[in-house]
Design a protein around this ligand. Sequence first.
Ligand code: MN
Length: 402
Amino acid sequence: MPFLELQPFGVTDAGKVRQNNEDALLVGDGEDETLFVVADGIGGFEAGEVASSLAVEVLKELRPDRSFKTAMAEANRKILAAGRTDEKLSGMGTTVVAIRFGGTQSEPLAEVAHVGDSRAYLVRGGEMNPITEDHSLVAELVRSGDLTRDQAAEHPQKNLITRALGADEDVAVDTTVLPIEANDRVLLCSDGLSDMVPETRISELLLDSPEDPERAARDLLAAALDAGGNDNITVIVVDVKEQAPPPRLVRRREGQSGTSEMRAVEPQVQPQESRTPPRESPRRAQDRARRHHRAARRKRRGAFRRALGALVRGLAILAVLAIALVPAYLWGSSRYFFAFDGGDVVAYQGLPYAPLGFELNREWRRPGVKESDIKEPYREPIENHKLYTESQAQKVLGDLGS
Ligand code: MN
């Protein structure tokens, strides 16, 4: 089973008619780097902007182990509360469409949640299909058979939505879970795209540049602008790609070398260790001159060590920045996995692979359990580096200990 990685690109534009951009987006830069969000704010003056960014702020804090519905309810409360305290913000609201990736290496999944008429589409096997159904008047008329999809696209009330965050104390969020495969492409967009560009054209543009999410997103934006750009336009394209097996994860099979070993290489940069001072050897009290000399040398060495420490820390920060800037968001560094290391079970924080030679994991816990003690059904998730959230990993550690 291949390792999967996410390659996203998001873009937003005020369009050609509106002064403000009331859309907001999140492109994998929240607590959960597999989470992508488009929100389209509603409300006069700048209230729409406030509502959509409030929704994105709340979702940005959403941890991988917390539910979408809880976060949506919280965003709803915050938008309502802000509207009550400020006259200008009263009546504001926002649509939201969000997707996050998860599951296991052998069964990758995506969870989609939405309220309103911002949309999610899935491109697979050369075909584009909608994942979401609009919460809008015309979409309801299409569902009841009173309008065709084409008539809906031309309908004067096509922008009337029937659900939004900030509209009511209770908000009904639609969620769906779908299995994910390598080479899937997901599109999230606001109605500034889907109202201006017909679905057939959106699909063509997505199929035109299968290897380049940035080009796909930019082409879609350009098409919406060319069609008039009447509304704010937001587009996120997320590609699911196969990744080569981890180059630095060494694994020897039983029988080949006499031992079964799985080893994740230690991080190359370890600023903590380089700051540890050396152990002093005992010295005689009367040898003051020598001691003084040594103290001075130690002081110089200390300064050198501190400078080296600063340099190493600087390099570590650079390494982190380099990872953050690579537009390939990985399945989640807030993840944990288990592996066998020299006959022991070891828990690692991070991901079981190393893009561009950067290690993305570090040893987290060594529960003192032998590989030979692990029974058959429990070996599979360890051998396949099943990914866990921190609380799940804690639970597995508890189960291993008992
Ligand atoms: Mn809009």
